[in-house]
Design a protein around this ligand. Sequence first.
Ligand SMILES: [Ca+2]
Length: 222
Amino acid sequence: MRYLILIAALALLAVPAQAQVTSYYSWEDGGTILGSYGNLVGEANVSGPQMGSQGSTLPDYECPGAQEGTYYLHVAEDPHDGTPQAYIAWVTNLNDGDEVTASFYGYDITPGASPSHRIWGSYTTSDDINNYLASASGSSEYTAGLGWDRVEHTWTFAGGDGNALVIQDRLYSTPSTSAPDHTDYWVDYVCVTSPAHSTQVFPGESTPVEGSTWATIKALFR
Ligand SMILES: [Ca+2]
């Protein structure tokens, strides 16, 4: 019996760890979003201080600038209805059981109250980000409300033949459905870790920065 347990343990150790690749995108190349769902409007690549509204008709709050680098993403919900989603990353060529971790920074100055961001996922086919198959669930955590805050979630892929996972920024505005009903949101620094056999897609045209090689990052920021 003792030998059988030893053999079983060795068999587990012999399974090679799946190589993972980590990349991030911080909107420095002028990109916006890969797509959206619901009443999402006004997607724009912005820099510097930005004035916005939290459900009111007049600007009533300010984002001081990018969380990382110079540029960042603006989106808005208008009119308020349901839970709009900004598609900010997409991982294709996944297989069931693959692990994907993603995070981003959302700007939020209302602790414990809307407007807030959450990170969420949905399954699509690998050839079309708009070919929605099912929800992939996500994190129950909202941005903290103390300025830029990071939200993160890890998925064990279970999308079946679709083979792709959309990373969404879900927007929670208040009041949820009635006027005045325009809320501005800002987003920066989306980071994705997924198996080396998958393909990571970010907004914009540039190749995302791979976190796995610090020499590459240093070279890019020189
Ligand atoms: Ca940035």
